[in-house]
Design a protein around this ligand. Structure first.
Ligand code: NDP
Length: 330
């Protein structure tokens, strides 16, 4: 098996050299174990947190051990009845070509007529995150005006489309012209945060939606949060999904100084972790699966080829190089 590991905890933006590609001989399968040839690997922003050596809601990566992440692959050897050779599975043994795992750590893929990598993106953890944040945390109602930051990413691009399907005005914040054009093509008003300060971004959001927002879906933090707070309607809800602008900060920057807007607008701000909502995954699949199958939802993705490119794909998340879900194809 070839796998990536790290031997130190990065400070600031990780260097490419942090990631070491290593090789290990896998032991013979024990009873109940399965060997999987991975076909798709997921890289996700939360992995940056696991590299820091600090326990948050999830354990840090162990230095020198294979990194972990969501992956899809095919069973090539099995000592577990439920997963015979040839079965397509999802599991957390990513960042490597061959994974060997106990059967309890494998999931069968749901059987929608979609490409299998959809179960790492629009019908996987990021999709579930968009759905849970919008419906269960922000409690979005029909006709609500919705603002989403990181709107052209894996989570954000589904959040804007789900909001659009039952919303009033939906505004997405993103960082490049290509992403703004894509969002506009989805019927979303697109606003750039690049080369703007919080006041300028506030003005751009007010222009896009003068009434203000009932829901803010937060993926970025920093000036996006500050501007969003300025544009809330009374009774607004903020779902705090992520704050990617902060993940590579060696020293934390000051937060927005207008949190009092929560008070003035009688708004609620709530963080969440998608895994706490996983019991609702079947409901999510039932609702969103058919829409992906029929092509009603645009699940654009950005693909890097080859195991060697996994760290590059991961680092590109922080440069905004992806439209939709960032994936590695093996
Ligand atoms: P994305 O597909 O959105 O990829 C990351 C994107 O973030 C980039 O394309 C880039 O887009 C934007 N970005 C990167 N750095 C910055 C920066 N410094 N300032 C502003 N924007 C930046 O990733 P995901 O959809 O997988 O994740 C989106 C967010 O959701 C993340 O914050 C992640 O941590 C969070 N998350 C939370 C979960 C939970 O359970 N709470 C579960 C899954 C994800 P651009 O070009 O627009 O800058």
């Amino acid at each position: 098996s070839r796998y990536f590991t790290i031997h130190a905890h990065p400070e600031g933006t990780p260097e490419r050299e942090l990631f070491a590609l290593e090789t290990a001989e896998l032991p013979a399968l024990a009873e109940g174990e399965v060997r999987v040839r991975n076909t798709w690997l997921s890289v996700d922003p939360y992995m940056r947190g696991r590299m820091s050596g600090v326990t948050t809601y999830i354990d840090p990566f162990e230095l020198g051990a294979p990194l972990q992440g969501a992956a899809i692959g095919e069973v090539i050897e099995s000592r577990a009845e439920a997963f015979p050779t040839g079965t397509r599975v999802r599991h957390m043994g990513g960042w490597r070509d061959i994974a060997q795992l106990p059967a309890e750590q494998l999931e069968h893929l749901p059987d929608f007529d979609v490409p299998e990598q959809a179960y790492l993106g629009v019908l996987g953890m990021p999709g579930m995150t968009a759905w849970a944040g919008l419906n269960r945390i922000a409690e979005m109602q029909e006709g609500d005006n919705v603002l989403v930051s990181g709107a052209a990413g894996a989570v954000g691009s589904l959040a804007v489309q789900l909001a659009k399907a039952k919303g009033g005005t939906v505004v997405g914040i993103a960082g490049s012209q290509d992403k703004l054009d894509w969002l506009e093509s989805l019927g979303v008003k697109a606003v750039s945060y690049k080369d703007r300060d919080a006041d300028e971004l506030t003005a751009a959001l007010r222009e896009a939606c003068p009434e203000g927002f009932d829901v803010y879906y937060e993926n970025v933090g920093g000036i996006c949060l500050e501007a969003a707070l300025n544009t809330l309607r009374v009774g607004a809800r903020i779902a705090v999904c992520g704050m990617i602008a902060r993940y590579n900060e060696a020293t934390p920057s000051a937060g927005p100084d207008n949190l009092a807007m929560l008070l003035i607008r009688r708004a609620r701000m709530e963080g969440f972790i998608v895994f706490d909502h996983w019991a609702h995954y079947p409901q999510f699949l039932e609702e969103v699966g058919p829409q992906v199958e029929s092509g009603r939802l645009d699940d654009d993705e950005t693909v890097e080829d080859g195991l060697e490119r996994t760290p590059d794909a991961f680092l590109k998340l922080f440069e905004g190089a992806n439209r939709g879900k960032m994936l590695v194809r093996l």
